[in-house]
Design a protein around this ligand. Structure first.
Ligand code: ARG
Length: 569
């Protein structure tokens, strides 16, 4: 049971009875009791009545249904709720014997998750890392909650740069190009093309003609373009493999996927009277967007040269998701700098009637990864960091830690653990910070085995597992639990909060709430373990259940964040 949600229901009903209208019960965890309900305070203010009296009236009307608790009005008029120990023990029993740890499946929605989205023949940079890591965690969480998740990798595979990229490919030869791209030398490839484009007018002219040929569907040009796309996609998949994300080749839905939809889309906008000429370009002016000079801002859907741009493709992406895919919820995981782009695309799509009233569309933005100097993360030479090198470094740094902390493991296991710890460190550092904020990339902090890190949580799981091995016991999830010690009770309360935490994280798309919860849980477990003897105690069976549920909650929670917990460490 999601206890917090159950309390919200119970108090909403009581508040509505007193008020005659709906009132937010404002339920939250409280240091004074288990929960605190503040809704009566706001209601009293609205009614102009004494809050304590209103709170008491609300409390008198509470129908506790399946909950067992005591409650009092306290302070200026909030309500303190303390759950019965027996009820907690019984709920814990339910959780322990449930494979889903008490997490019920949600009413299923179709959710499209647009994430990763690197660009063909261009190095994946740390911005794509954030999108990939956060988007993948959201995809895992929402599927676990029972939603129908559609992963969409909106790879940049179209547009003017492809003229110069194809010309460069021809200059160096197909074999050499395929080699450079497949080993991930994307930066070198792109920069060489760019340099020639900027310095050699003949090359630039060829490139422009090549774009025209590409858009006209010229056979040979398309073949070369496909070669660039395929080699890059292979490379992206290798990165995904190393990163342990759930994106596969079936999830590539690149920009070119929408090519055939663009002309009809523009026609439709035109027929709706939404299209205006602006310096030769066809634009939509969605209401509410103005430049510094107060002039309405254009969203360019067709450029003056007749080409379609990024905005047109994203309008098509919205239309495809709400249309054929019938999405209830569309999430776009892209950095904060693209905020205006998405706001305007969504506003224009709304104007065109492509987003139904019940559909949620959201730019799930995130801040930048900074270097220790507080500037954008770059190599010492000031270059963008290759994602793959960053991942390799994480794993090799983790290998040194594992060799030091777990010398007893065989070499092969050590390597697996190092991968889990290294990649886990990168993911956790990203997911545990509030995504809209920037964060500083700091190897020592993210790989620490003590503190708010993946390694700390992974080792916590391993330590629980080693209790079972040491005692040669298999925890029986059905064993009765008594919550006699305050540390046992506090741990149980937190374990029972798991469904509410997942719910909130899914609704707000704030994965750091889940990370923070897991870290807090590990802390409560440590408290419990230092106060309550497990092996050899009279309460052994019940305490093993607490150990077991803690371990399973940590493992599942980390899995939803995309972090692997090795069996032994
Ligand atoms: N390829 C783009 C970039 O690297 C990100 C695309 C994000 N997704 C989207 N539907 N626009 O900046």
């Amino acid at each position: 049971m999601n206890i917090e949600h159950a309390l919200v229901c119970v108090f909403s009903a009581a508040l509505a009875e007193v008020a005659g209208f709906d009132v937010d019960p404002a339920v939250r965890r409280s240091p004074r009791a288990d929960f605190q309900v503040d809704g009566a305070l706001a209601l009293a203010r609205r009614l102009g009545r004494p809050p304590v009296q209103v709170a008491q009236e609300v409390l008198d009307r509470v129908d506790w249904a399946g909950l067992h608790a005591t409650a009092q009005v306290a302070g200026p008029g909030f309500i303190n709720v303390t759950l019965d120990d027996r009820f907690l023990a019984q709920e814990l029993h339910r959780v322990a014997t449930d494979e889903r740890l008490g997490v019920a499946a949600a009413t299923p929605q179709v959710v499209t998750i647009d994430y990763s989205a690197p660009n063909v023949a261009k190095e994946m940079h740390v911005g794509h890392l954030r999108s990939t890591v956060i988007g993948d965690a959201a995809a895992r969480l929402l599927s676990f909650l029972g939603h129908q998740v559609r992963r969409m990798n909106h790879v940049g595979d179209w547009g003017t740069p492809f003229g110069m990229l194809i010309e460069h490919l021809l200059d160096i030869g197909e074999t050499e190009a395929a080699h450079e791209l497949s080993v991930g030398d994307l930066t070198a490839f792109y920069q060489a093309a760019r340099a020639k484009f900027d310095s050699d007018p003949g090359f630039a002219q060829r490139s422009r003609l090549r774009v025209v040929a590409l858009q006209a569907g010229d056979e040979q040009t398309r073949r070369l373009w496909r070669l660039l796309v395929e080699e890059s996609e292979k490379y992206f998949l290798a990165v995904y493999g190393k990163l342990g994300v759930t994106l596969s080749d079936a999830d590539f839905l690149p920009e070119s996927f929408y090519n055939d939809e663009l002309a009809p889309l523009v026609k439709e906008l035109d027929e709706q009277g939404l299209l205006h000429d602006s310096q030769g370009a066809k634009c939509v002016f969605p209401p509410g967007f103005a430049g510094r000079d107060g002039e309405p801002l254009p969203l360019i859907v067709r450029k003056s040269d007749g080409g379609f741009g990024y905005a047109a493709t994203d309008l098509a992406s919205v239309k495809y998701r709400t249309g054929p895919l019938a999405a209830d919820r569309m999430l776009y995981f892209v950095g904060t700098p693209q905020r205006l782009h998405f706001e305007m695309v969504f506003a224009a799509a709304r104007q065109a009637g492509w987003i139904g009233e019940k559909v949620e569309v959201r730019h799930v933005n995130f801040g930048s990864i900074l270097g220790e100097d507080g500037k954008m993360l770059k190599t010492r030479a000031g270059q963008t960091i290759k994602l793959i090198e960053l991942l390799d470094e994480a794993v090799s740094r983790a290998a040194a830690i594992v060799a030091d902390k777990s010398p007893h493991l065989e070499a092969e296991t050590q390597a697996q653990v190092a991968w889990a710890v290294g990649i886990g460190a990168i993911k956790y550092a990203d997911l545990s910070s509030d995504r809209v904020k920037d964060y500083v990339f700091d190897w020592d902090r993210m790989l620490a085995t003590n503190g708010d890190t993946a390694a700390y949580l992974q080792y916590a799981c391993a330590r629980i597992g080693s209790i079972f091995r040491k005692g040669a016991v298999v925890p029986d999830p059905a064993a009765p639990v008594t919550l006699a010690h305050p540390a046992e009770r506090a741990l149980a309360m937190e374990l029972l909060a798991f469904p509410a935490v997942l719910d909130t994280a899914a609704r707000t798309v704030e994965l750091h709430r889940l990370a923070g919860y897991l870290f807090g849980l590990a802390g409560l477990y440590t408290e419990f373990y230092s106060h309550c003897r497990v092996l050899g105690s009279a309460e052994q069976a019940g305490r093993l259940v607490l150990c077991d549920v803690t371990r399973r909650t940590l493992v599942l929670g980390l899995d939803l964040l995309g972090i692997v917990v090795p069996e032994r460490m």
